[in-house]
Write a protein that binds this ligand. Sequence first.
Ligand code: PNS
Length: 161
Amino acid sequence: MSIAIYPGSFDPITSGHLDIVKRSCQLFDTVIVSVLNNSAKTPLFTVTERIDLIKKATADLSNCKVMHFDGLLVDFAEKQGATAVIKGLRTISDFEYEYQMAQLNKNLNANIETLFMVTNANYSYISSSVVKEIASLGGDFSDLVPSEIYEDVRQKIEKGR
Ligand code: PNS
């Protein structure tokens, strides 16, 4: 049974993230979308809210699970019986950062492979940060997030104004 972890902040999940989840679900028996609080970032959504949004967006993917994790990614991956960590790559700068992460994670646990998946060109300019910025400035972000969560994101931004 092949299990992969797709980790991230997902604040909130974007159309680009969802595309990676869908494609990963075709390659692995189980994909665990794994949500963590990145201490370098101040999130808009709580972890519970982010998990709920991901569950909504992935409801039709029967082999997709959504979980929260703390601590080291490789420890969580091993505990879940995963052999791979999936990272989406949009740009060269993503690669430079992710290459370092992959090497560090390999050093921490040689059994966990990092697999890079190239983001679909349609989504290469999307990030959770730009979704939040466009939404808070009243722009149209309907193509940038899964349709199932659009209203939740809009309302959250509206409340925060
Ligand atoms: O969506 P993000 O914020 O870019 O995701 C970053 C994430 C969660 C993948 C990264 O911060 C991470 O793996 N954190 C877990 C802590 C850890 O294992 N750190 C050592 C990796 S070198």
